[in-house]
Design a protein around this ligand. Structure first.
Ligand code: THG
Length: 280
């Protein structure tokens, strides 16, 4: 099973048997005051610069999130998506919980995007899944519902089952469902990493689907976040992680992931691993 998304001149594929794909996370005002201030003023200079920088750093897909207090998402999300499409040919991941903003953004994008996200809550299933179907998009599915985020991996799997059932009843294909077993901060819950990866293994075993997750969430409040983030992504790869949402500007990310893909059997004959050394 392979998930496909498209950009202006390219197609990006990911799945259990394919090399890891990076969803670049930096266009997100959460925890980034300068970007939040700019978006409030209706400006897109940082968005433009981030899109270019992340593309040059090896981003496969660009996540676009403009949600912040004082920002009109319905107005700004399509503008940001347009700006990103102007400066990069990469596929886009539209990151918004606001279905009106999501629709507006889809209207300006002629390619197959990744919608971020739907979850197990009735309201989310009701609003988001028809948009996914109508726009022929792929969608990130969060294993949480109206009761919150379960600590038990078996319960996260149950939520995943409900989402698969609902999506398939609308005719959405399984390869267009990308599961996010939810990465929480390890600083506040020392078991967060293990619970997330155990959930991922269960979901992959049950459905064989593609997976993602906000892998930078693991290190909130900790020193040397890059070290923790990269190590957690490496652990994720052995548990079936296909396309982490991550900071592609981290220098140690790409070489570590090339090694992990090879060791996990996702890089036949180590061709990608070897070609990295040829370039050096
Ligand atoms: N799952 C899905 N989507 C998501 C998340 C998820 N989208 C948002 C988020 N979580 C993933 N993206 C980020 C983006 C930035 C950071 C963490 C996750 C981050 N930013 C720095 C901070 O807040 O301290 C600031 C960076 C800077 O200033 O340069 O850590 O879980 N589906």
């Amino acid at each position: 099973m392979e998930t496909v998304v498209t950009g202006r001149n390219c197609e990006v594929r990911f799945g259990q048997e394919l090399p890891t794909v990076f969803i670049a996370e930096r266009i997100n005002p959460t925890g980034r005051k300068s970007l939040a201030e700019e978006l409030k003023l209706g400006k897109l200079d940082i968005v433009e610069r981030d899109a270019i920088e992340q593309t040059n750093a090896g981003a496969h897909i660009i996540d676009v999130n403009v949600g912040a207090v004082g920002v009109d998402e319905v107005d700004m999300l399509p503008k940001a998506v347009k700006k990103v499409m102007e400066v990069t040919d990469r596929p886009i991941c539209i990151d918004s919980a606001n279905h009106k903003a999501l629709k507006a953004a889809l209207n300006v994008c002629p390619y197959k995007v990744l919608i971020n996200s739907v979850n197990g809550e009735e309201e989310s299933l009701e609003y988001m899944l028809p948009i996914v179907k109508e726009s022929s998009s792929a969608v990130i599915c969060l294993t949480m519902d109206n009761k919150g985020i379960p600590n038990d991996p078996g319960e996260r799997l149950e939520i995943a089952k409900r989402i698969v059932k609902r999506a398939e009843s609308l005719g959405i294909k399984r390869e267009d469902l990308v599961f996010d077993p939810l990465v929480m901060g390890a600083a506040t819950d020392g078991n967060a990493g293990r619970i997330c990866l155990d959930s991922m293994r269960l979901i992959v075993k049950e459905f064989g689907v593609s997976t993602t997750g906000g892998f930078s969430n693991i290190s909130f409040g900790m020193p040397d976040r890059e070290f923790l983030n990269v190590n957690f992504i490496i652990m994720g790869i052995m548990a079936g992680l296909c396309a982490p949402i991550t900071d592609v500007l981290m220098k140690s990310l790409a070489p570590a992931v090339k090694a992990a893909d090879f060791l996990a059997g996702r890089d036949a004959y180590g061709m990608n691993y070897i070609s990295m050394y040829r370039k050096k």
